[in-house]
Write a protein that binds this ligand. Structure first.
Ligand code: GDP
Length: 364
């Protein structure tokens, strides 16, 4: 599955946010199989109202939403890359994620110590990102030495790798994260294999005080501006409110949200923004047994999308029967769509569209 890593300085609200995410997931656990993986890894359901409509029409006994993981990556402080706490486990945790969520403190609270003494989300961002950049430089320099040895003994791949390593080092030494490097298209795979901490897509979470949950505040506007410059995504959230929301039942939640002037929990926006950031989309399967949402990258072909369900579906793929979500609803389900000519036969080349209801035909 896809994973987002939550990073930030201490006392900015990371755990509060993470706990809100996992409590929300736990509260939904009655509706679908839920698993806790590790203490700092939580799986959440991707909110998807379309799935409920599908299930109603298909008469599905079970509803299984798509899921996304969040990893709480604690332990980042200034000087961390110099060994003051940025352990190997920590680095491994970040290397594994598909995107990095920077939680930035945008709330004042005299009772909550700020590690640098004042609330300054952009300064915090620089501090955290600098540590990640330093860690990247250190790992690149090590790799460069290795790659050079190999290149000397005639290894062509190692030579190509040195080119990419130097490209990354140049960026980082100029004070820019690796994600801003212009990497030739045919080298993107090797680039990803460098597993740089600062080459992953980023999302900013401006964690505001309870009063600013709906409209944000001066700090969160700084963050939004910075995110816009970066071409990064930004979500304004009050972790404290999310933590409270997570403990309410559906009815109470609606009321509380309304009283705050919010249309939906911030966590939903966070999950959706993460989904967008990772270029993900959803297709559905629906039948009497279950209605289920599946996550794929945009642009995936039908066989590859089928492979998310089972490897055999991809290997033995023959064709797919596809109904667009709107057609499925308008025609009252599969047989209606079939009669109306809205059920399409698609082959190996078909690029799955968001919301497609899919049935795969395959050889075993
Ligand atoms: P972490 O170290 O980044 O994981 O931070 P925590 O989630 O443990 O939060 C540190 C403290 O800040 C806790 O006492 C939280 O209750 C408090 N906190 C987190 N978010 C908010 C917020 O939005 N408003 C206020 N007033 N306090 C918050």
């Amino acid at each position: 599955g896809f994973k987002c890593g939550i990073v930030g300085l201490p006392n900015v609200g990371k755990s509060t946010l993470f706990n809100a995410l996992t409590q929300t997931a736990a509260a939904q656990a009655a509706n679908y199989p839920f698993c806790t993986i590790e203490p700092n890894v939580g799986e959440v359901a991707v909110p998807e109202p379309r799935l409920f409509k599908l299930a109603e029409i298909a008469g599905s006994a079970n509803i299984i939403p798509a899921r996304m993981s969040f990893v709480d990556i604690a332990g980042l402080v200034k000087g961390a890359s110099q060994g003051e706490g940025l352990g190997n486990q920590f680095l491994a945790n970040i290397r594994e994620v598909d995107a990095v969520v920077y939680v930035l403190r945008c709330f004042e609270d005299e009772d909550v110590t700020h590690v640098s003494g004042k609330v300054d989300p952009l300064d915090d961002f620089e501090t955290v990102e600098t540590e990640l950049m330093l860690a990247d430089m250190e790992s690149l320099e090590k790799r460069r030495a290795n790659a050079e040895k190999k290149a000397k003994s005639g290894d062509k791949d190692a030579k190509a790798q040195i080119g990419l390593i130097d490209l990354a080092l140049e960026q980082l030494q100029d004070g820019r994260p690796a994600r801003h490097a212009e990497v030739p298209k045919d080298e993107r795979r090797e680039w990803r294999m460098l597993q740089l901490l600062t080459s992953k897509p980023v999302l900013f979470v401006a964690n505001v005080d309870e009063e600013s949950a709906a409209d944000g505040n001066a700090y969160s506007r700084q963050v939004q501006e910075r995110a816009a410059q970066e071409g990064a995504a930004c979500v304004v959230i009050s972790a404290k409110i999310e933590a409270e929301l997570a403990l309410l039942d559906a009815g109470e939640r609606e009321e509380y949200l309304e009283s705050l002037g919010l249309e939906e929990p911030g966590l939903n926006r966070l999950i959706h923004t993460g989904y967008e950031l990772l270029d993900l989309q959803t297709y559905f399967t629906a039948g009497p047994k279950e209605a289920r949402a599946w996550t794929i990258r945009k642009g995936w072909s039908a066989p590859r999308a089928a492979g998310v369900i089972h490897g055999d579906f991809e290997k033995g793929f023959i064709r797919a029967e596809t109904i667009a979500f709107d057609d499925y609803i308008a025609q009252g389900g599969e047989s209606g769509a079939r009669e109306a000519g809205k059920l399409r036969q698609e082959g190996k080349e078909y690029i799955v569209q968001d919301g497609d209801v899919m049935m795969f035909k395959f050889n075993v």
